[in-house]
Design a protein around this ligand. Sequence first.
Ligand code: UD1
Ligand code: CA
Length: 483
Amino acid sequence: MTTQPAAVIVLAAGEGTRMKSATPKVLHPLGGRPLVGHALRAAQSTGPGHLVLVLRHQAERVRAALTTDFPEARVALQDEVPGTGRAVQCGLDALPDDLTGTVLVTYGDVPLLSGETLERLTRVHTEGANAMTVLTALLDDPTGYGRVLRDENGVSAIVEQKDATEDQRAVREVNSGVYAFEVTALRTALAGVGRDNAAGEVYLTDVLALIRSAGGRVEALALEDEWEIRGVNDRVQLADLAAEANRRTLRHWMLAGVTIVDPSTTWIDADVTLEPDVTIRPGVQLHGSTRVATGAVVGPDCTLTDVEVGADAVLERTHGSSAVIGAGAQVGPFAYLRPGTRLGADGKIGTFVETKNATIGRGSKVPHLSYVGDATIGEHSNIGAASVFVNYDGVRKAHTTIGDHVRMGSDNMYVAPVTVGDGAYSGAGTVIRKDVPAGALAINVAPQRNMEGWTLSRRPGTPAAEAAQRANEQSSTDRESQS
Ligand code: UD1
Ligand code: CA
């Protein structure tokens, strides 16, 4: 028996007023994906014949944010008639008239609902030959949710909190709002649902009575894991669900062989991948499509977005985005890797170093206090402390190329465009304005001049002058005692 639904309809037309945000609720991120991205991912994983997203508020913005990741999703626009039932009607209108089989209804603001649960719901629904199967959960505190009432024929009613009697309110089984339907039974029942309630909305839950009176069976699938059915209405719930999603992600990676020293200060997005024997030290955030290979140690205190970390690399106190770190390389502490940074195997980007659009070859090192922008550095070369790749003249960006086995001095300025050949050296404080041929030593410092007695004559009475005076006296005493 197939467990693939004919269609999944994801409802996301609500305004989300309690978020108090200019951004549509379902585009707020959780674990590096928009809320609705989680819902669509779960829907997609069931392999549905059709995937429909029902939108209304800021529909174009939501659509634009999703088209690359979910090209197969069709958008249905809800009209001005309000309510979950109307939203589903609009979703059904986007599906073929002759569709048969199971239709799932889920929500754009319920991010922890898994694809496996949707598959289970579909299986229970088809195996029971149900017309409607309600996903439910047993809550310690069911306040606010619709209560699920059962009789000998299955689910007899869903009673909303405000309409429930004392006895009904004691029922702990609640309606998640997620359902599987036999599509024809759903279409027929929805056509008979009106708006004669206090809110003037078309309630999806009203189909239950109509399906039952038409002879359809309504059953429930109860979940033990209530997090899966929780929705986001405000930013408090957003933070709660984000924290739980993160705990689940960390647990997944720890069970897959990753050491996470301090889960309470570690955040890992849903699309990050880690290999066994990676170590994550405290205070680390891994975002986007970041990948970390086996044996690498990340942290403490690193924030990496779309960064690829090679095997056995070590990153400490590093902020990086769109960078590639080679196997066995070392980064930090206190490094800033900007987009286009590529560090070769066993290379080093050290302390207080910023890099951007820079390829640093195998075994090459930029150990201290430097800016490397728009540069290609060959293999096994060393860039002295406090060097700047002067890549911008105020109008144009230009590139610096440095060869293999180069030994450049401290405090060098590379005024791009400029090229340094293989095996070249440079003196401290060199401003490299001209190309340096392979094997040459580049120096351009002016001779140093010492003006004796300058401090005593030009800065008399200062602590510096007093210190100089004492040093002079000491050296004449030393000279006398030696003679
Ligand atoms: C609904 C259920 C309730 C259940 C609860 C679970 C009904 C009548 N009640 O109540 O039994 O316990 O969910 O959370 O269905 N939406 C649209 N278009 C609309 C209205 C809503 O797309 O016109 C979407 C919203 O974006 C939202 C979802 O449907 O994500 C739920 O709608 P809401 O009105 O909040 O339903 P509840 O009152 O929470
Ligand atoms: Ca709600």
